[in-house]
Design a protein around this ligand. Sequence first.
Ligand SMILES: [Zn+2]
Length: 392
Amino acid sequence: MHTLDSSMKVKDVMLTSSKAWDIVKINGIFDGSTVRHIINTPLLASVRNDKLVWKLEHDGNYSVRSAYKYCINNTNSNNISGIAGNWNLIWQAKTPPKVKNLLWRIGRNVLPTRARLNSRGVQCPLHCDVCNDSEENSAHVLFLCPRSIDCWQRVNLWDQISAGLNINNNISDNLFSILQRLDKEEQELFGVMVWSIWKRRNNQVWDNITDSNRTQLRRHVGNPQSVPQQVNWEKPSHGRYKCNIDASFSPMSNKVCIGMCIRDTNGCFVAARTEWMEPILDVDIGEAMGLLRALNWMNEIQLTNVDLEMDCKRVVDNLYSSRTYRSDLGDILSDCRTILTTSLVNSHVKFIRRQANEAAHRLARVATSLASFRNFIDLPTCITDVILNEMR
Ligand SMILES: [Zn+2]
C-alpha cells in the first residue's frame, strides 16, 4: 500500500528503470480522476530537464500580452453580452477590414439572413435564393448550400469545414470550430471566400445577378492576400528521396498516430512506416514527435539525402528559427536539430500544404487501428491510388 506524504516529489511516482509513470503506485495513492490526469501527462524522452513553462505562449515564455488576453477572455465568457470564442482568430487574420467585419458579424450571429429577418418579424421569403431549396440561415448560405459546397471544394477547404461543422451548434460555435482547424493561410483564404459567398448571395437577392462559380473564385483570387498555393505533391530532384510525414490525433483511443512514406525521384514507393504513442499530445507536439520519429527512421535505414515534408507550419518554422523555446516542443525540436546537424546534414524539412501530404495523412489514420508499429516494404493498399496519381 502506498500513501501520499508531503515530502513526495513527482519522480517518486515514476519508474526508476524507464521514463514512465509507476501506474501501480499511482493507483494506490490517488483517486480515479487524478490517476487519469497523471497518466495522461506525457513523459517525452526529449524532455530531460525540469523547468517552469508558461502554457499560454507557444514558446513557453511568460508574456504580459498572453496573461492579459487570458484575463479578458475569461471575464468575457462569464458575461451575458460576450460570446465565447477565440476572437483573435478573426482580428489577427491577414484579411481586409471588410472581411474581418463580416466574420465578426457571423460570430455575433447578426448576419441578416432570411431566417434571421423572419425571426425578427420582417416579412420576407424564407427559402435560399441561390438553390431555392432550404431555409436561408447563416450555416446554409455560407457552408451547406450546394453552390457554397462546390466553392469550398474548389479551394480545397471543404474537408476541414465539414469536419468542423455541427448543424446542432449555433453559427458562432461553428465559425470558431472551423477557424481553429485551419492554419494561418487557410484562415485568410476562408475569410475571403466567406466574404465572396455572402457577396454572391447579396447580388442574387438584391440585384438578381447570378454570379458563376468562376466569378466567385476570381473575386477571391483577385485579392492579392489570398493567392492560392501550390497544392500538388512534387517528385524530389534527381538522386534524392522524399519522406512525407503526418500525425493524426485520436481522442477516442488517446493516441497520436504517425504516418511516414518515402518515395524516390520518379515518385515510386520505397517504404512506409506507421507508429503511435500514448497518451494523446497537443497538435504541435504530436507533429514534432512525428518529425523526430521520421528522422530516427531515416537514420536507422541510413537514407541520408532526403527532403522531409510535413503540413504543420509552426513546427517547420520553429525548427529553423533561432528563438528559444522553454516548452516541450523546444526540447523535441532540439533533438530534431541534433540529428539534422550530425547524421542527416544532407536532408532538410519543408512545409507543404495538407493536400500534398495525402499519403502520409492516410497512413497516420490507418495507424490508429494497428496494434503495433508497422513497416511497409510493399505499397500499402490504403495509399495505392495516391501514389499512382502523384507519379504522373
Ligand atoms: Zn441554398
